[in-house]
Unconditional design. Structure first.
Length: 284
């Protein structure tokens, strides 16, 4: 994993989450002490899934919300923003960091609200190129493409939003209902296991003794692995784990869910199928 420029300018950098038994934050998030609030909210380096050979972005954990906010495109952008304001960096806009994923998302949402759907689409494409598992950006991209009449691209973004984790956005229930109303998909989606399982999904958490979403996600994960699409598999595993950890212990037991074993398998797939253990060597 590529370490960022100016890494020596931050303090307290830790890979403490490498043995985290909880899927939140995702493996590969490395917190640092600068501007930590002390309530669990902290900044850290994060390598988006499949982007381990690039410099990390800077994310912020919003602990109470269970959110991972993709704040700055580089450590340099974060340090410059912190130095420029003299205060704890806030969510940037594009004037502060033109490649900030969250700034691109907010700008796209504003553009879409102003009727500038094509501009919104271009901004969102930049955001998901940086963070493919950015759930909210993928969901908005799907909605914007639908508005533009680009339904095939909308379907692809909708499927990606469904497999992407809750820490990076809300569950795209409305997009699922739209997919459920469709009979055909573009050729590259016809055999996608989430597309094929769409009628069995609800994207609703809790409040029941069982949830068919979990069986569908398990089957889809195995299908992605069989079809040599490990990046989709580990992304969906992240989503599965975050959702399952929100369930009761008795619910987890009914599904035979063992958190440490599940996360170890995810790490093993990263290592053996994608060539990375997601653990940066911070001492180098």
């Amino acid at each position: 994993m590529l370490l960022p420029e100016r890494i020596r300018e931050i303090s307290g950098l830790s890979a403490q989450f490498q043995e985290n038994p909880d899927p939140y934050p995702p493996i590969g998030f490395c917190p640092f002490a600068d501007h930590e609030l002390g309530n669990g909210d902290t900044f850290g380096l994060y390598w988006p899934f499949g982007r381990e050979a690039r410099q990390p972005i800077v994310c912020e954990i919003w602990h109470d919300e269970g959110a991972l906010v993709p704040m700055f495109s580089t450590l340099t952008a974060f340090l410059d923003a912190a130095r420029g304001s003299g205060e704890r960096p806030a969510i940037p806009d594009l004037s502060v960091d033109p490649a900030s994923p969250v700034a691109l998302f907010h700008a796209a949402r504003a553009a879409n609200g102003a009727g500038q759907a094509q501009d919104a689409r271009l901004l969102l494409q930049q955001a998901v190129e940086i963070v493919p598992e950015y759930t909210d950006a993928q969901a908005l991209l799907a909605a914007v493409c639908r508005r533009l009449g680009q339904n095939e691209e909308a379907m692809r973004a909708a499927v990606q939003a469904i497999i992407s984790p809750p820490c990076l956005g809300t569950r795209p229930v409305q997009l699922l209902r739209w997919l459920q109303s469709l009979a055909k998909a573009p050729e590259d989606l016809e055999r996608d296991p989430i597309w094929r399982a769409r009628q069995h999904l609800r994207l609703v958490l809790g409040g029941a003794q069982g949830n068919d979403d979990y069986a569908a996600m398990e089957a889809a994960t195995e299908s992605y692995l069989e079809r040599r699409r490990p990046l989709r598999a580990v992304t969906l595993m992240q989503t599965y784990a975050e959702l399952m950890f929100c369930e009761t212990k008795s619910f987890q037991a009914r599904y035979g869910f063992n958190g440490p074993s599940f996360l170890k398998r995810q790490r093993d797939i990263f290592l053996h199928e994608l060539g990375t253990n997601r653990l940066p060597r911070l001492s180098q």
